[in-house]
Design a protein around this ligand. Structure first.
Ligand code: ATP
Ligand code: MG
Length: 146
């Protein structure tokens, strides 16, 4: 699913000379998920990593099997955010004001949707960010166990 999403974004990533590195867990742990919504979640996070990086975005997407969970991490080396801004990113319509300086368009809805979907999958999403350094979104999803 991740490969399909990344492939579908190749044009927009190329436009900004983005480099995306994938580190996918070789064991390919299985989760039960709505394919469309999980694809949209991955899409939104890669789209943000690409949009909120000024030159040649460096994006790393990794997955790892961690006990009873699948952990998906999307990291960038972009514009980052302050602590106060980071606290609000999942709020509906919230956009960091500096986003507009770079003429980056958006509605402030992507991450609100992402959080809603992850909640519905009984997962957790966390964000770590540092201004002018970059941002990491971490998703923890329960694995299927028979
Ligand atoms: P859209 O609804 O099209 O996704 P958006 O990208 O503005 O619009 P969100 O994806 O919800 O909305 O993100 C909210 C805000 O959080 C963004 O406007 C941006 O200021 C900040 N943000 C999100 N991801 C990142 C990131 N990877 N690096 C820096 N800032 C980010
Ligand atoms: Mg967005």
């Amino acid at each position: 699913l991740i490969l399909v999403v990344v492939d579908s974004m190749s044009l927009q990533l190329q436009k900004k000379d983005a480099v995306i590195k994938l580190h996918l867990d070789a064991s390919q742990p299985l989760i039960y998920a709505d394919e469309l919504h999980l694809s949209n979640v991955i899409y939104n996070l890669i789209d943000n990593a690409n949009k909120y990086s000024v030159n040649a975005p460096q994006i790393t997407l990794s997955t790892k099997n961690a006990g009873r969970n699948l952990v998906i991490e999307i990291a960038d080396e972009g514009i980052g955010m302050t602590k106060e801004q980071t606290k609000r990113v999942f709020d509906q319509f919230y956009r960091v004001p500096t986003g507009n300086l770079h003429d980056v368009k958006g509605f402030g809805l992507g991450l609100n949707y992402v959080q809603d979907i992850i909640d519905q999958m009984n997962g957790v999403i966390k964000v770590h960010s540092e201004k002018d350094k970059g941002t990491v979104f971490e998703i923890i999803l329960p694995l299927n166990h028979n």
